[in-house]
Design a protein around this ligand. Structure first.
Ligand code: A3P
Ligand code: MG
Ligand code: MG
Length: 413
């Protein structure tokens, strides 16, 4: 069992003096001055093996290959190897950051980094002005001038995901009980369609390296349809770590990259993000898609991914068409539309958010862990966690708050 940030008891949160609240921008008016965002530069990449072990190779890198239209995205569902849900720790990102810093091989300076986080957390922050449904929480530490951010999954959320991801039998039992639970297995299937699309779109080998799309290392299942790139194992991931800048704040961001088009250059220029979405049938579903593009856009933008390939599928998971979007052109495409959004509002908000957060956390000690809570349409508030709530040992590994102890010892030495 882990001693970690588990207690949700509000009474244990020590209240702070000002400032601790930040309310939302009015999304109907454009900021007068745009906050610049620097083109991201890759500083290091790494892979996760099927055992989900991090290694500093490109073994999990995949190459784009045109998917066959009409493909069934439910193919191979029963053989899906699913990675268990876990806390959004930044340990492997810190390993990569530490490695590139100490090897001194980074193409750009890694001094004065203001923020280290996974791309998913940054996407949540930047898209918050338009988020009117899902709240989120994160944990923050501020050490030697750098803020470390991690997603905070509440016990309730972890449990919900656990049940949701459980064995078919358990889900089947709850499915019979209520209409609401009926949604869950369907949702899981939709999620699988996304991964199956990735398989149909990728190959382990670069183009023109031989006729076989699939690999020597992983044999294809005998029933594999044309274009199938191999069965889904969500343990396996290829990640890119980039350095960029929002206003005057330098950021180190890590995230998964789906594949590269053509060849891998060691930078972000051939990266491709793969997405699935339901086919657009009317104005309403078009507006819905345009709203979704906000997340697609920032998810890709933050890592410098220049292309997003969307596979439009039917409700039953058949691939109808694909469309490639140039990431930087997306904001112009949605301007003036029903589901319109403005990235300038997001960047301005993101800068305000990080500045506010820094102003708050500088008032504490490096050991402190801070909890940020976001409420849709309302804003965010920050509290400092009681030291009793902060992890000391987790899964047998010593920690200092949200940081693994080895990393803490290194930067505090
Ligand atoms: P699609 O979004 O294409 O349907 P990513 O697109 O980020 O590379 O993630 C690959 C797939 O993982 C997604 O495919 C989706 O099926 C699933 N996925 C990723 N993040 C998810 C989330 N927060 N909730 C549910 N499914 C998610
Ligand atoms: Mg992905
Ligand atoms: Mg994707």
């Amino acid at each position: 069992a882990s001693q970690s940030l588990t207690s949700e008891s509000k009474s244990q949160l020590s209240q702070l003096p000002e400032p601790k609240r930040l309310s939302f921008p009015d999304t109907s008016s454009r900021p007068t001055k745009a906050v610049p965002f620097q083109l991201p530069t890759q500083v290091i990449s790494f892979s996760y093996t099927p055992e989900h072990v991090q290694e500093f190779t490109n073994s999990a890198l995949r190459y784009f290959s045109e998917p066959p239209l009409g493909a069934q995205l439910g193919y191979g569902y029963e053989r899906w190897i699913r990675r268990p849900e876990e806390r959004g720790r930044i340990d492997s990102l810190l390993k990569a950051f530490d490695r590139v810093k100490n090897e001194g091989k980074s193409p750009v300076s890694l001094d004065d980094i203001g923020v280290v986080s996974w791309r998913g957390v940054m996407t949540r922050i930047l898209t918050a002005p338009y988020e009117d449904q899902d709240g989120w929480e994160m944990n923050v530490m501020f050490v030697n001038g750098t803020m470390y951010l991690e997603e905070h999954l509440t016990e309730a959320k972890l449990h919900e995901k656990y049940v949701f991801y459980s064995l078919g039998v358990l889900v089947f039992v709850t499915e019979a009980l209520t209409h609401r639970n009926n949604m869950e297995p369907r949702h899981r299937k939709f999620m699988y369609y996304g991964y199956a699309f990735e398989s149909f779109c990728t190959s382990e080998k670069p183009p023109d390296s031989g006729p076989a799309k699939s690999s020597s290392s992983t044999a294809l299942h005998p029933t594999a349809p044309t274009g199938w790139g191999g069965d889904i194992d969500t343990n396996v991931q290829w990640c890119s770590v980039v350095r960029t800048k929002l206003g005057d704040i330098r950021l180190v961001i890590g995230g998964e990259v789906d594949c590269v088009r053509g060849k891998y250059t060691g930078n972000t220029d051939t990266f491709v993000e793969l997405k699935t979405s339901i086919v657009i049938r009317n104005e309403q579903s078009e507006a819905k898609f345009e709203k979704k593009l906000l997340k697609f856009y920032f998810q890709s933008f933050l890592l410098g991914v220049p292309e997003i390939l969307v596979g439009f599928r039917t409700v039953s998971g058949q691939l109808s068409t694909t469309q490639s979007f140039k990431t930087i052109e997306i904001p112009r495409m949605v301007r003036g539309k029903l589901g319109a959004w403005d990235p300038a509002i997001c960047l301005d908000w993101g800068y305000q958010f990080l500045t506010f957060l820094k102003d708050t956390v500088t008032k504490g000690d490096p050991e402190n862990v801070w909890r940020v809570k976001f409420l849709p349409k309302r804003g965010v508030h920050v509290t400092r966690l009681d030291s009793a709530e902060v992890a000391v040992v987790e899964n047998g590994e010593e920690r200092k708050g949200i940081l693994p102890f080895w990393y803490w010892a290194r930067i505090r030495a």
